[in-house]
Design a protein around this ligand. Structure first.
Ligand code: R5P
Length: 310
């Protein structure tokens, strides 16, 4: 097995390498003066089972292009099998046409990864599970839920927890986590009753006196989370904490979280945490390398990956 890393999240790739006790393959991924990307794999990979670790996080286009070019280099170097390990799959929110004459960018990106030469894809908490079907190659969509559940059990009295989906679209994900800890489920339903009026946050479920755990795949601007936390506290929740797989945290998101009523925001390191994230007193990172590393080991050994989640 060989592990190759792009530049999007070197610490995660190194942590996976430590878990697997397999060094990262020497590989140069750098820019020419005009910012085109150049890749040179500096070890023989002929006949090898190669895993390329690269989240397509911001700057998404650069990181995606790095991934494609690394895959191309490996294919031309006669790697036996190439697995694109994409802990955070960017462009996933563009998974359907929201209106006429708009693209389905998630499908386009899936096509690009496949055409570049990937044989398999390993990813984590896809925005929508159906995106697996955008690839015509085997795609394993891992869940961060077991890692989150272990943390929740360590940090909370699970008897008083209410798992909450911050929007209607995330109900399936939140329900999955609620089932694992045998907790009830509430939903924040965001609605604009009439055009031009501001959104109303309705909470479905009785959250009075509960320690609420918001669960979502992505925190981007932080708006969804912060507004949901406000609505829950207004309805009498005791405290609100959030478990989110992918900390996109663009723009002023970290400041928004810092200034919010969220007791804590817990993220995985599928996206490399910025300095601001690392310094934020109410943001904590859960390492995801053991889960990814185990899934890589099982893929290499042709063992079951789904059994990680029973
Ligand atoms: C949307 O469907 C996603 O699951 C997240 O809820 C969303 O991307 C969060 O975005 P923001 O943090 O900008 O509100």
């Amino acid at each position: 097995m060989k592990l190759v890393a792009g530049n999007s999240n070197r610490p995660l790739a190194e942590a996976i390498s430590t878990y697997l006790n397999t060094p990262l393959t020497k590989c140069i991924v750098r820019r020419f003066a005009d910012m085109e990307i150049f890749v040179e794999v500096q070890e023989n990979v002929r006949g090898e089972d190669v895993f390329v670790i690269q989240s397509t996080s911001a700057p998404a286009n650069d990181h995606l292009m790095e991934l494609l070019i690394i895959i191309d280099a490996l294919r031309r170097a006669s790697a036996r099998r190439i697995t694109a390990v994409v802990p955070y799959f960017g462009y996933a929110r563009q998974d359907r046409k929201p209106g006429p004459r708009t693209p389905i960018s998630a499908k386009l990106v899936a096509n690009m990864i496949t055409r570049a030469g990937a044989d398999r894809v390993l990813t984590l908490d896809l925005h929508a599970g159906q995106i697996q079907g955008y690839f015509d190659i085997p795609t394993d969509n891992l869940f961060a839920a077991p890692v989150m559940v272990q943390d929740i059990r360590e940090v909370f009295d699970v008897n008083n927890i209410m798992v909450v989906s911050p929007d209607v679209g995330g109900v399936v994900r939140a329900r999955g986590l609620a089932k694992r800890i045998d907790a009830p489920l509430a939903i924040v339903d965001k609605r604009r009753e009439n055009p031009g009026e501001s959104e109303v946050m309705n909470v479905i479920g009785d959250v009075r006196g509960r320690n609420c755990v918001l669960v979502d795949d992505i925190v981007d601007s932080g708006g969804t989370l912060v507004n949901a936390a406000d609505a829950l506290l207004e309805k009498g929740a005791n405290s609100v904490i959030a478990y989110i797989t992918h900390g996109v945290l663009s723009g002023g998101a970290v400041s928004r979280v810092l200034g919010s009523q969220l007791k804590e925001l817990v993220l995985t390191d599928s996206i490399r945490p910025t300095e601001a994230v690392e310094n934020a007193h109410n943001i904590r990172i859960l390492p995801i390398a053991p889960l990814l590393g185990e899934a890589i080991a099982r893929t290499a050994d042709e063992k079951s990956v789904s059994s990680l989640f029973y």
